[in-house]
Design a protein around this ligand. Sequence first.
Ligand SMILES: NC(=O)c1ccc[n+]([C@@H]2O[C@H](COP(=O)([O-])OP(=O)(O)OC[C@H]3O[C@@H](n4cnc5c(N)ncnc54)[C@H](OP(=O)(O)O)[C@@H]3O)[C@@H](O)[C@H]2O)c1
Length: 293
Amino acid sequence: MVESLLDRTPLNNGYTIPGIGLGTSGMMGKEAEDAVFYAITHGYRLIDTASVYDNEEDIGKGINRAINAGISRGDIFLTTKVWKTDMGFDQAIQSFDESLNRLNQQYVDLLLIHWPDKDDAVNLDTWRALESIYESGRARSIGVSNFKRADLVPLLEEVKVRPAVNQFEMYPGKSGQDTNDFCDSENIVSMAYSPIKKGNISKENRSMTLAKKHNKTPEQIALRWAVQRGTVPIPKSSHKDRIRENADIFDFFLDNEDMDFLNDLDMDKNDKKRLRDNIPGTLERKKRRKFNG
Ligand SMILES: NC(=O)c1ccc[n+]([C@@H]2O[C@H](COP(=O)([O-])OP(=O)(O)OC[C@H]3O[C@@H](n4cnc5c(N)ncnc54)[C@H](OP(=O)(O)O)[C@@H]3O)[C@@H](O)[C@H]2O)c1
């Protein structure tokens, strides 16, 4: 498990990824540039953007400012993504060329397919483009986003380069357990987006209990949970105090009871729905899981 902002987790291709990063969706212009610069110069090493966020130019400026301030490019991990409307081999190559140009970088550390197409053949065609970008060295690692087990299985049967990462939505109450388990079994790192529920995690009394126990904020509890379960959270903030707060999660530990409590939040919700819909199974599985530890 990562123990600090600078610690890294191995990827399946020999590269490594920092244990937590800065999300940038919704930031633009100077705000985005400043947030990225502030985060990197205060210890963050992973920055997540996407062509669809319309901020790659600003993100690139923030990164280049940090490099000018003495941070090595090799220590920074930059992710971008190919959007839904750029699926297919030629479009994906063109989209990436444009991203790299806007970012004003020689390479990115991770390039993702942003969303799966419902047609597996389209996903594979797009993946072939990512493989060719990977072979050229312009993306050091490649991966997917929002892929469930059913999207990954057909892709994995055909790939020449295996996805290193799957980025999908996870926070306490939405654990993405099935996708997470599958990614673990395939040696694919799970990256958690919206890890503080788009800023709404503190509205829930249930994470407040653990926050009080550890003298931390509910956001920090959610992010610590993400890190302890081996996922890579990328909380977004353009506020300096929150950028610092979200990274201040390496001085406390969630014990098994705390982790069980957070892991079970969405099981409880599913249980209720299944009971209401009279679908058997979940409670038995839950009991088995508890028995197995
Ligand atoms: N692959 C995908 O399809 C996908 C989808 C969604 C997101 N993402 C990525 O994941 C990143 C994070 O997800 P997200 O932006 O959806 O949600 P999030 O990180 O869970 O939450 C961000 C929101 O929480 C607020 N916030 C941040 N820190 C806080 C704190 N300590 N206390 C209270 N509020 C806080 C932010 O406001 P301020 O900025 O005002 O602080 C912002 O409104 C995105 O930025 C993006 O990079 C990827």
